[in-house]
Design a binder for this molecule. Structure first.
Ligand SMILES: *Cc1c(COP(=O)(O)O)cnc(C)c1O
Length: 253
């Protein structure tokens, strides 16, 4: 299957799910997750019409960016809305993986948005870096909704306090919530996590009106995520095929 054919099939599945769930397709942005894939793969997706991208590691994006500067202007500030981003004429790259505090300045410089913030320490450093660059950086808060040891994210109980602490940070826009449910063959297993993330978002809106986005759903469960209110699905495998991990792509950062 070519990337363009994969993209057409995914868009058809999005449309079909939206019809079933009584949602507008325009509410659901498709993000192409390019980790482990080459700069050429990013260009191919761009040529096929994708404008919203995600990478997991600062270092990996830094290595691809030199051949992609003509598509990604990292110096501009972007809309916090994933729907606007997916329609943007220029491409955007979001950081969707964990961020170490010694990489926050680089991340603020190279990415248009940071989609997996889970601590005030990281947020404070991102805010300072964004302001120094004259940027306003949309961020998503990653919420941990399972007790898997390896998972990143703030606990649901800790979310209100984190959001309150973010309010005075003028370099950041808290644009929404993001989660990665425990991996399962059966997408229905993710449904309670998606539902809980939506409830958390709904409950947070009064205190934090900019918190509209719900980044949830990946290749094997995006249909369920859309049914539960996702505004941004993050798709790697269904678009680019299976990832080949090498020693180099597994290192952190
Ligand atoms: C890799 C990754 C994805 C894409 O996963 P697929 O199952 O390949 O679609 C989405 N979100 C995050 C945070 C990821 O790390």
């Amino acid at each position: 299957m070519t990337l363009a054919a994969n993209l057409a099939r995914i868009r058809e599945q999005i449309a079909e799910t939206c019809r079933r769930a009584n949602r507008s397709e325009a509410e659901v942005a498709l993000m192409a997750v390019t980790k482990t894939h080459s700069a050429e793969a990013v260009m191919e997706a761009y040529a096929a019409g994708v404008r919203l991208f995600g990478e997991n590691r600062v270092q990996e994006w830094q290595e691809k960016l030199p051949s992609l500067h003509h598509l990604f202007d990292a110096t501009r500030s972007v809309s916090p809305s994933a729907q606007d981003s997916a329609q943007d004429t220029a491409a955007q790259m979001h950081l969707i993986g964990p961020l170490q505090s010694n990489k926050t300045a680089r991340a603020a410089e190279l990415f248009h948005a940071i989609d997996a913030v889970d601590s005030l320490k990281i947020a404070t450093r991102l805010d300072a870096a964004a302001r120094a660059l004259g940027k306003c950086l949309p961020i998503l808060i990653e919420v941990k909704l399972s007790d898997e040891e390896s998972k990143q994210g703030v606990s649901p109980a800790g979310l209100p306090e984190l959001l309150a602490a973010l309010a005075p940070l003028e370099g950041l826009i808290p644009a929404g919530l993001m989660t990665v449910p425990p991996w399962s063959e059966d997408p229905e297993h993710a449904r309670p996590c998606f539902r809980e993330l939506r409830l958390l978002r709904d409950r947070s809106l009064a205190a934090c009106p900019t918190l509209t986005q719900l980044s949830m759903g990946m290749s094997n469960d995006f249909g369920v995520a859309i049914e539960e209110g996702s505004t941004c699905i993050r798709i790697g495998t269904a678009l680019f095929g299976t990832r080949q991990y090498t020693a180099g792509t597994l290192r952190s950062g």
